[in-house]
Design a protein around this ligand. Structure first.
Ligand code: SUD
Ligand code: ADP
Length: 301
């Protein structure tokens, strides 16, 4: 495969339609049963040859995105380059539309996007297995950002089993002011479950069947997030957002992953517009975005 001039990759956000969390492990992580669903909100990462490794970012929350080597896109380029003994002389530009620190794997998405973009730019033609291995090193959510669609993540969330989805679902995401730190939310989960027997995380068969058959009503009844109580404990105002969306007609409402974005499953596109408008008018969130699922994995445009 010949090297390319400049490569742009589109990479999508995710919602966990089920997030079952186990007890804290000795390594500081938690075993999960995480049912990921990619949604249409997305970032685009462009890799261009450059002198040295640089990152720029545009979009509403660009000021909250680090532009140094802690940026997951930069870390992806470094890891890939190191594996091939090359210098990562690449400029990575991120056009950001996924809420930052929102519980939608925005940083993870950019890590997967940059990895695919650099692989194409440098003409490495890495296998999917090699890319997934690097993704798992970058973070627990990054492997799913690469493959998209729907998948069950176990372990830290990095061991993926792709899941069939029998139809499209319509969503509204209420974007909160500021973010929630994922490790802080897991820490709050530990505090809230102290002294309580935390069951082994397991995927819900009812939920997997609802995904497979595309049954929105059944999916609405099965949505579950074990981090929700922790996110609400850290950001109690999210309860008002959940109520506002439900009262506006959402079939179900939950915190997206570690939050603070809240996710609303709705009947159809028309209902999505109604619920989004009601959420914006409610003053309980910064803005509200309509989205559909599933969405593809990282894709070179
Ligand atoms: C909670 C979830 C749900 O999909 O995502 P977000 O809601 O943040 O998007 C994920 O588990 C987040 O994945 P990700 O954000 O990649 O986490 P990592 O970078 O791997 O880990 C960040 C920190 O989160 C905590 N962590 C993460 C994953 C996990 N299974 N157990 C944990 O306890 C640990 O404190 C870890 O040091
Ligand atoms: N490319 C990136 N985009 C967004 N955040 C990033 C990125 N790289 C590193 N980060 C850091 O990761 C943190 C978590 O970001 P993000 O992955 O969007 O959160 P979440 O996992 O809750 O969706 C941010 O607060 C930011 O400091």
């Amino acid at each position: 495969m010949t090297a390319a001039e400049s490569v742009t990759v589109r990479v999508h956000a995710k919602v966990n339609v089920q997030l079952a969390v186990g007890a804290a492990r000795p390594d500081g992580f938690h075993d999960l049963a995480s049912v990921f669903l990619a949604v249409s909100l997305h970032d685009e990462v462009t890799a261009t040859p450059s002198d040295g490794l640089t990152v720029t970012c545009e979009g509403r929350d660009a000021d909250k995105v680090p532009l140094d080597r802690t940026n997951l896109a930069a870390r992806a380029a470094e890891l890939l380059a190191a594996r091939h003994g090359i210098v990562p002389d690449v400029h990575l530009h991120i056009a950001k539309d996924i809420p930052v620190a929102g519980g939608m794997a925005g940083g993870s998405a950019d890590g997967a996007g940059a990895l695919l973009a650099c692989d194409a730019l440098w003409g490495l033609d890495s296998s999917r297995e090699e890319l997934l291995e690097i993704c798992a090193e970058l973070g627990s959510d990054v492997p799913f950002s690469l493959i998209g669609g729907a998948a069950l993540g176990t372990g830290r969330g990095e061991n993926l089993t792709e899941l069939p989805v029998g139809g499209g679902f319509h969503w509204v995401f209420a974007v909160a002011d500021g973010g929630l730190s994922t490790p802080v939310v897991f820490g709050e989960f530990d505090r809230l479950t102290e002294g309580v027997e935390v069951p082994e995380p397991a995927a819900s068969k009812v939920l997997l069947d609802a995904l497979r058959t595309g049954d929105t009503t059944a999916l609405a009844a099965a949505l579950a997030n074990d981090l929700q109580a922790a996110a609400l404990s850290l950001r109690p105002s999210l309860a008002e957002t959940l109520t506002a969306g439900t009262e506006a007609g959402a079939l179900a409402a939950l915190v997206s992953g570690s939050g603070p974005t809240t996710a609303f499953l709705v009947k159809d596109a028309e209902s999505a517009e109604t619920v989004a408008a009601a959420l914006i008018a409610s003053g309980t969130c910064r803005t509200a975005r309509v989205a559909t699922s599933p969405a593809p994995g990282a894709t070179v445009l």
